[in-house]
Design a protein around this ligand. Structure first.
Ligand code: RUB
Length: 410
């Protein structure tokens, strides 16, 4: 069998896509790594009469390192399609057939590094952290948002009332939930128009706020829908990246007709990210969403909310939203899922100020209703910003006090 082993080789990092895989197999690890490198580049299960040493030398993947169950494989940049192909073709190499190989029991793509020549094919966020802050007139503090709850069921008028109330309570952001698009009880056009009126009313009262309308739909319709939603007054769009695909995020972000930020939800990511031995970690998802132009991305709640995750992994995602990445604008990390005011102090201590903290139940479940729920969230963020314990701040802020007595402190 052809060898793809290049252990210890000092490759030119600008000429390869480098992946770290966690591999569980009964095979000796070098055999397993070799079969992955072969399958994902120039080989298959048997030697071929049609390949040449030159082809393997130019386009063969290289196993660079094996450390217990971690295998590092480098793919020559020329294996990747130029101009067209995009993330679908990238994923078919770095995260394709290898997941189904019978001899590999489990496999998880933990990380990927892209060379400049591939990152240059992408444009990154159009707005990102600084753009969102500018649009919202919120230079320093964390953004504070809500997800309109219930997830489904409210008609457009009530949705807009919810948005207005949450803005009147001080929130900077709100959004549709991932399961709401264009149901009979809440047509997207009526919802977008009603929410735009609510946002305009808030603006006339001196408060800037955005609401992300969910345009997740089929690939042949998403751009047209986004354009319509924008023409009906949407100030932000939302797209579910795993169900719609990275290409959908990129299509929206790079189309010149789309002039509003894109909030990226990651529903269904648990099918990829949750098993510690199998699937795709959130880190490669984060890097790809930023390359594709997402302006804000759900990254987890740093180990404190309702969704599974932990602060170490979520912080890696947060770092890759905000670090220096090929000159791309930074992307707003969004902490969401089971969030309530009593956990914000801990969250901000870990995340720092460049974060969007949002709560659905943690706003709409407040005993005083949406406006007071929004006020409690903002008060918790203000306390964290000023370095004051939430409990102390609550002594002079009744809305926060009510939230702490209902949900407690984390
Ligand atoms: C939030 C909610 C969101 C989650 C998704 O509602 O359900 O869809 O943020 O999780 P609530 P993640 O605030 O009531 O829990 O952000 O981890 O992808």
């Amino acid at each position: 069998m052809t060898s793809y082993m290049h252990i210890g080789e000092d490759i030119d990092k600008d000429a390869f896509v480098i992946c770290d895989y966690r591999v569980t197999t009964n095979l000796p690890m070098d055999k397993a790594a070799n079969s992955i490198a072969a399958e994902q580049s120039t080989g298959t299960w048997t030697d071929l009469t049609t390949t040449t040493e030159k082809i393997i030398d130019l386009y063969g993947a290289r196993v660079l390192n094996i450390d217990k169950d971690m295998v590092r494989i480098a793919y020559p940049a020329d294996d990747f399609s130029i101009d067209i192909g995009g993330v679908p073709q990238i994923l078919s190499i770095i995260a394709g057939n290898l997941f189904g190989l019978e001899s590999i029991h489990k496999l998880r793509l933990e990380d990927v590094s892209f060379p400049k020549c591939i990152m240059d094919m992408f444009k990154g966020p159009k707005f990102g952290v600084s753009g969102l802050r500018k649009e919202l007139d919120r230079p320093d503090k964390p953004l504070v948002g809500t997800i309109v709850k219930p997830k489904i069921g409210l008609p457009p008028k009530e949705t807009a009332e919810y948005v207005y109330e949450s803005g009147a309570g001080g929130l900077t952001n709100s959004k549709d939930d991932e399961t709401l698009v264009n149901q009979k009880f809440c047509p997207i056009e009526d919802r977008t128009v009603a929410v735009a009126e609510a946002l305009d009313r808030l603006k006339s009262e001196g408060h800037s706020m955005m609401h992300a309308i969910n345009v997740s739909t089929n690939g042949d319709k998403i751009l047209e829908l986004a354009e319509k939603v924008q023409s009906w007054g949407a100030k932000e769009l939302m797209v579910d990246v795993i169900t719609c695909g990275f290409a959908a995020v990129q299509a929206l972000a790079e189309d010149p007709s789309i002039k509003v930020p894109i909030h990226v939800h990651r529903t269904m990511h648990g099918a990829l990210t949750r098993d510690p031995l199998h699937g795709i970690a959130m880190l490669p998802v984060t890097k790809l969403v930023r390359m594709c132009g997402g302006d804000a991305l759900h990254i987890g709640t740093l180990g404190v909310g309702k969704m599974s995750g932990n602060s170490v992994h979520d912080m890696q995602n947060l770092t890759w939203c905000l670090n220096d990445m090929n000159g791309f604008r930074t992307m707003m990390p969004v902490c969401s899922g089971g969030v309530y005011p009593g956990m914000i102090g801990k969250m901000v201590e870990i995340s720092g100020m460049d974060v969007q903290i949002q709560a659905g139940g943690g706003v709409a479940g407040h005993p005083g209703g949406v406006r007071k729920g929004a006020m409690a969230m903002c008060q918790a963020v203000d306390a964290a910003y000023e370095g004051i314990e939430a409990q102390t701040y609550a002594e002079t802020h009744p809305e926060l006090k009510a939230a702490l007595s209902k949900w407690g402190l984390k």
